[in-house]
Design a protein around this ligand. Structure first.
Ligand code: GAP
Length: 501
């Protein structure tokens, strides 16, 4: 579903129309890159978090969870490197007064060249029978020219970014003749670094008050609690600490709906291991995490690993799990081998020993860390985008159905009396009372039954339980399955066994 703008727009409007996601502060004209989760969205989001928490904390005896505060001591962000190096290169257009991320301007330029090549291939595919894509790409002069440009610009760009060469980045933008999408001019300011952390003051008066930051990742809350958890939890290496929580980044280019937001949520786990064993555990967590995604039944072709060629100075292995979003493959989750960098830095800045005593080797050491980090909101977008389906039925009618994995669906069942009379609503209410302590159920008696099925399809409810006149006679109901639309009649006493979640 790559590069499908129309589909993406449909998904965004569906999310609003059915109460999954609203723009934040909408009656005040909204805020860029901030969104509110609505009545169905919050259910789906909570289910994603619970599914992750169960897989990480409940399933693994050696992983425990915490919930650390968003406000933390400002020195933590000095130690972690965020104060000095958590920057994006910024550039302004002097005519439109619009601000851009300089690196994104260059990435967009490269993407346009890639798109041109794709179009060339698509055109040829339609024209020639027995089309050999590989041969075409290797021989078509336009594609070869573009590819050469992509390669040379990419490697120069990577080098400049690596060296934080802001003057070089500006020269590259000028050389590529990149124009401002708003003014169309090449009248650019110099490139400067912009720190992504939001800061505020703690204390009732601002003079002399400490600048503190809204955390840009949840991970540091885990590192600074390492000793407390290790000691009070009597943890033995290898062990993990997991946390789900809000993170904040002042993203310059905030776009693609909930993919890149200024306030978002992360599900992170830091796994502490013996030095020298980190690569083994890195491979282990790569496998575990892709298996978690697999277990949701989403087509695996939508996932790919992207191993980092250039590693951050503290990492000795890193990969992204990328997902095929409606706008192409993009990072969904990161898995990083962070060595002993974070704990060593906190040891240095806090002056406290952050070491583990290994009873097997009789040694004290700073453990190495494997991190798994996934954005809740990106996972939400992956699930929503992947589940959005438009179908033409046998009778020629259309339905929109969200084929959300049942375990994540906001409502698990809808209970529907066939008509609003003859004692059917009362019977349906009895079934609601039977089920609602066990799962999220929705009662609906308004409109014709067909319309009610469509509405449940559109919000992803896996099962519709319909109460009809026969239900009054023999205590049976029909259960309709969302994806197949097949119905079967079961005794009320067997509803629970008939529902697979
Ligand atoms: N502790 C490591 C860390 O924060 P990251 O790659 O910067 O690494 C991890 O972020 C994950 O958080 C990403 O893979 C993504 O899913 C999510 N994420 C990062 N920035 C985001 C943003 N602005 N909006 C939504 N999700 C974001």
């Amino acid at each position: 579903m790559a590069n499908n703008d129309e589909l993406f727009k449909q998904i965004i409007s569906h999310a609003k129309e059915y109460g999954f996601i609203f723009p934040s502060s909408e009656i005040y004209d909204g805020m860029s890159a901030v969104y509110d989760y609505a009545q169905l969205g919050v259910e789906l989001k909570n289910n994603i978090k619970q599914y992750w928490w169960k897989a990480m904390v409940q399933y693994n005896e050696n992983i425990v969870g915490i919930d650390s505060a968003i406000f933390m001591h400002p020195t933590i962000w000095k130690a972690s490197g965020h104060v000095d190096a958590f920057n994006d290169p910024l550039i302004d257009n002097k005519d439109s007064k619009k601000r851009y991320r300089a690196d994104v301007l260059i990435e967009d330029y490269l993407q346009k060249l890639e798109d041109k090549n794709e179009k060339e291939v698509e055109k040829a595919k339609k024209k020639f029978e027995n089309f050999d894509e590989k041969l075409f790409k290797e021989t078509n002069p336009n594609i070869l020219r573009n590819q050469e440009k992509i390669n040379s610009v990419s490697s120069r760009f990577a080098e400049l970014m690596n060296q934080s060469d802001l003057v070089g980045i500006k020269s590259l933008i000028e050389e590529l003749e990149i124009v401002c999408p708003v003014s169309g001019s090449k009248n650019w300011t110099d490139v400067r670094q912009f720190n992504l952390m939001f800061s505020t003051q703690m204390g009732s008066v601002s003079e002399g008050a400490d600048t503190i930051y809204l955390r840009p990742e949840t991970a540091q809350g885990i590192f600074v609690n390492f000793i407390n958890v290790y000691k009070t939890g009597r943890m033995k290496i290898p062990f993990g600490i997991a946390q789900i929580g809000k993170a904040f980044r002042n993203e310059i280019v905030a776009r693609q709906f909930i993919f890149r937001m200024r306030e978002f949520e992360q599900m992170e786990m830091q796994f502490f291991v013996r030095p020298g064993e980190e690569i083994k555990w890195f491979e282990y967590w790569k496998n575990e995490r892709i298996n978690w995604h697999k277990s949701l039944g989403i087509d695996l072709a939508n996932y790919r690993f992207h191993d980092h060629d250039k590693l951050a100075h503290y990492a000795n292995a890193a990969t992204d799990i990328e997902f095929n979003f409606p706008f192409g493959f993009k990072e969904l989750e990161g898995i990083h081998s962070r060595t002993d960098y974070d704990l060593s830095q906190h040891e240095k800045f806090s002056g406290k020993k952050l070491r583990y005593f290994d009873p097997e080797t009789n040694e004290s050491y700073i453990p190495y860390v494997i991190e798994t980090s996934i954005g809740v909101d990106r996972m939400f977008l992956a699930v929503l985008g992947n589940s959005f389906t438009e179908e033409t039925l046998a009778d020629g009618s259309q339905r929109v159905v969200l084929k959300i994995p049942p375990v994540l669906a906001p409502y698990k069942v809808a209970v529907l009396p066939l008509v609003k009379k003859d004692g059917l609503p009362e019977k349906a209410r009895e079934i609601m009372d039977l089920l609602k302590m066990k799962m999220m159920c929705q009662y609906d008696e308004k409109d014709a039954i067909g319309r009610r099925y469509r509405r449940q399809d559109a919000i992803g409810t896996p099962y519709c339980i319909t109460v009809d006149n026969q239900s009054l006679e023999d205590n049976t109901v029909t259960i309709r399955e969302r994806d197949t639309m097949l119905q079967k009649r079961v005794p009320i006493s067997e509803i629970l066994q008939s529902i697979i979640l």
